[in-house]
Design a protein around this ligand. Structure first.
Ligand code: CMP
Length: 139
């Protein structure tokens, strides 16, 4: 078993899709190990997406991610990073496969409902970004 981090993004939270997305992930075989709701500050969103700071969409992405509450979740499964990325689909919902979270629930390439870590290394860093050690090991 391994763990990864998902963030149900502000578009999906505002649209009341949080429960359906969590149910989809559980039905796909993930176990929720930690979960909270938070609203990112511009500094936090900027730091989380620092890898994209030179991209043209960076300012807009930070504005979107700070526009309302989001729900970070630690998910566990066999090969969790790869499995979650397959389950959520391509960044752009128009390109995401049928039945994926983004195809079902995302609005656009930016407002795309959910984030997922892209490597085990980044998953560990992103879990620590949102959750204390105690929260990560389960209360
Ligand atoms: P995420 O998986 O969280 O990683 C980076 C985010 O940047 C991505 O999901 C989208 O929300 C956003 N993003 C990526 N590419 C674009 C783009 N071309 N235009 C606007 N937003 C983008």
């Amino acid at each position: 078993m391994s763990q990864t981090l998902a963030i149900i993004k502000p578009d999906a939270v505002a649209a009341g899709k949080c429960g359906r997305i969590l149910a989809h992930l559980e039905a796909a075989g993930f176990t929720v190990r930690a979960l909270r709701m938070t609203r990112l500050s511009p500094e936090q969103a900027g730091a989380f997406y620092a890898v994209h700071r030179d991209r043209p969409f960076y300012g807009s992405l930070v504005a979107f991610m700070t526009s309302g509450p989001c729900v970070p979740v630690i998910l566990e499964a066999d090969d969790a990073v790869t499995k979650l990325r397959r389950t959520i689909g391509a960044t752009d919902p128009a390109e995401a496969e049928e039945g994926t979270v983004r195809r079902l629930y995302a609005e656009s390439k930016e407002r795309n409902a959910i984030h997922a870590s892209d490597s085990d290394e980044n998953a560990a860093a992103e879990r620590a970004f949102f959750f204390s050690t105690q929260e990560q090991i389960g209360l």
